[in-house]
Design a binder for this molecule. Structure first.
Ligand code: KIV
Length: 275
């Protein structure tokens, strides 16, 4: 690739097709969460490929104990703020807890996130149980990201934020969920807190990109909660790294994150969970 082509590629909007091409080229996708205009603009300048307006906003922005109280209006508002800053980065918005209990409500919520928020993809927690909704969203032209592994919207069932998929039966169920999402038309899957060998296997098996958080270096891309990546969180998870450490500015910390993901130096073995 000539340097002019390289520059053009770096400035092109990240699309579903681009994410696929990055997977095929073995180029890791650098993703972060974002919740407001200023930080989204800084992420965009740093070259972050995908910005997720996650329902983690309930915890890191609103100070709630879980993500469960987050409303569709909350996500629409924060997505709008983030989308105003983004030309290149792909803006993805989360479907909050109980906002997609059936296909009709899920379509309605996703429609709001796209039409009112300006999202270019929606994310939902779940696997085969969400396949009918994913299929209808895909038919409606709305790109979808599935979310497997640790699903924070199920925290009261799980009883804690723990690694998922360690037992063979759970790993097999996760793989079948991932295949169901892909078959239904999902464009991307986030896997959270899963053993590194399982995440590597899923990434190798699926045609769509698999982005990991606490899932090891074998994924097609990485995502962190912005506050964990910038050392703002009081109790960051073990799989996060504070990129502000040694950086001269927030902008440099974000650039260091993108560089570490692209060059495969993050996550390291110390951020992984074993099977
Ligand atoms: O809500 C969120 O920010 C997320 C990420 C942790 C993947 O789901």
């Amino acid at each position: 690739m000539s340097s002019a082509e390289g520059k053009r590629a770096a400035s092109e909007a990240v699309t579903v097709a681009r994410l696929r091409a990055m997977k095929e080229a073995g180029q890791p996708v650098a993703c972060l969460t974002a919740y407001d205009y200023g930080f989204a603009a800084a992420c965009e300048r740093a070259g972050v490929d995908l910005l997720l307006v996650g329902d983690s906003l309930g915890m890191v922005v609103q100070g709630q104990e879980t993500t469960l109280p987050v409303t569709v209006d909350d996500v629409v508002y924060h997505t709008r703020c983030v989308a105003r800053a983004c030309r290149r980065s792909l803006v993805v918005a989360d479907l909050p807890f109980m906002s997609h209990t059936d296909v009709a409500s899920g379509l309605h919520t996703a429609g709001r996130l796209v039409k009112e928020g300006g999202a270019r993809m929606v994310k939902l927690e779940g696997g085969a149980d969400q396949a009918a909704l994913v299929e209808r969203l895909a038919e409606s032209g709305i790109p979808v990201c599935g979310h497997l592994g640790l699903k924070p919207q199920r925290i009261h069932k799980l009883g804690g934020y723990r690694v998922q998929g360690r037992a063979l039966v759970d790993a097999e169920a996760m793989e079948s969920d991932a295949r169901a999402l892909e078959a239904a038309g999902a464009d991307l899957i986030i896997v959270e807190c899963v053993p590194a060998p399982l995440a590597r296997h899923l990434s190798a098996q699926l045609g769509i990109p698999v982005v990991g958080i606490g899932a090891g270096a074998g994924c097609d891309g990485q995502i962190l909660v912005l506050h964990d990546a910038l050392g703002v969180s009081a109790q960051p998870p073990r799989f996060a790294r504070d990129f502000s450490d040694g950086a001269g500015s927030v902008q440099q910390a974000l650039a260091a994150y993108v560089d570490a993901v692209r060059t495969g130096t993050f996550p390291g073995p110390e951020h992984e969970f074993e099977a």
